[in-house]
Design a protein around this ligand. Sequence first.
Ligand SMILES: CC(=O)SCCNC(=O)CCNC(=O)[C@H](O)C(C)(C)COP(=O)(O)OP(=O)(O)OC[C@H]1O[C@@H](n2cnc3c(N)ncnc32)[C@H](O)[C@@H]1OP(=O)(O)O
Ligand SMILES: O=C([O-])CC(=O)C(=O)O
Length: 379
Amino acid sequence: MSPDVPRGLAGVVVTDTELGDVRGREGFYHYRQYSAVELARTRTFEDVWHLMHHGTLPDAAARAEFTARTAAVRAAPPEVLAALPAVARATAAAGPLAGLRTALSLAGAVAGFAPLYDLTPERRADDALAACALVPTLVTALHRLGQGLEPVAPRADLPHAANYLYMLTGEEPDPARARAIEQYLMSTIDHGFNSSTFTARVIASTGADLAACLTGAIGALSGPLHGGAPSRALDTLEAIGTPDRIDAWLRERVLAGERLMGFGHRVYRTEDPRSRLLKEVARGFGGPLVDFAVAVEERAEAILAELKPGRELHINVEFFAGVVMELCGLPRTMFTPTFAVARVVGWSANILEQAADSKIIRPAARYVGPPPPVPVPAA
Ligand SMILES: CC(=O)SCCNC(=O)CCNC(=O)[C@H](O)C(C)(C)COP(=O)(O)OP(=O)(O)OC[C@H]1O[C@@H](n2cnc3c(N)ncnc32)[C@H](O)[C@@H]1OP(=O)(O)O
Ligand SMILES: O=C([O-])CC(=O)C(=O)O
């Protein structure tokens, strides 16, 4: 018997949202009423954060006020800072994203995040702002501790993206790199009902606290089929090695039934619009890695069309996201944590929207095991 809905809930509309959407056939996505790519080209991370959490793009006064408010809550609470070395040690093999899951959960408890069910909309929004401001501090501290370095305290005078790079390296970033990372972050804040956002909303629908929702979302993001892909896309480029090996390498993998990381998408039937933007950003830096990535992209698209006809597989955000992050000097273990730095803003906007609706998300599964009730064997 087949389920009543498509596998993987493909195309199933499960709620209304004012936050944005993805149009797969047009290769277009938007945050509220604005093209997300246009926002990423023209605005700041704080502007888009304000748009997602408060519904409007800020004017100059609102921007200054919001930026100051976010910068004021970047520091990790002392209890969390004290625990981070142990978290970094325990998650050394799994990396900073696994560390973030633990540290954010702890930070929520320390900050006293109460169940969303019990909070006013204003208190929920305060918790959301605090969590979004804190995530870059936690992931950079975890990364540095993992490298045997001391965490770098946030600077309130730097914009969100520049401060993120500053906390990672301890040096004020080159403006071109800071802008490239800011554009990457803006372009990945939200993306319809992707798996991690859906996860966050399911947890929010139970009335659990914000840290619980975000911890679940981070878990969903970590998978290689979702946010875990960009470092693997870079690994692919490295494994291919030289232009003469591109075709044979890609063909062999696809024929063996493997997935090419950074290609294919549940919704897009075109090139991912974020890929176009990030390819442009990468080309702004130029160099052999970018040329090689462009060559691999072209061949991968052609080989997927030939070997997987009718599946309409194209490049997704992760491929050039990996290239841009590599060009900006981010270590590969920080690629998915950097995605989380962006997406926490989208997750929390979704959590706030979900928390305003009191209906618990609880679907059904068709039972297909042996017909019950079978008598329980004696122990
Ligand atoms: C931020 C993000 O989350 S973007 C996505 C990041 N993930 C990746 O880049 C991982 C690689 N891509 C994939 O695994 C998939 O394309 C997903 C998970 C993104 C989307 O999956 P779905 O929409 O469920 O597509 P599904 O898995 O049904 O694939 C359809 C067909 O295309 C094939 N296919 C899908 N993606 C790829 C790929 N990257 N390489 C090779 N074949 C692929 C599948 O094997 C399947 O082939 P079949 O019909 O012969 O069985
Ligand atoms: O929309 C999706 O399914 C995955 C994706 O691209 C994202 O979360 O950014």
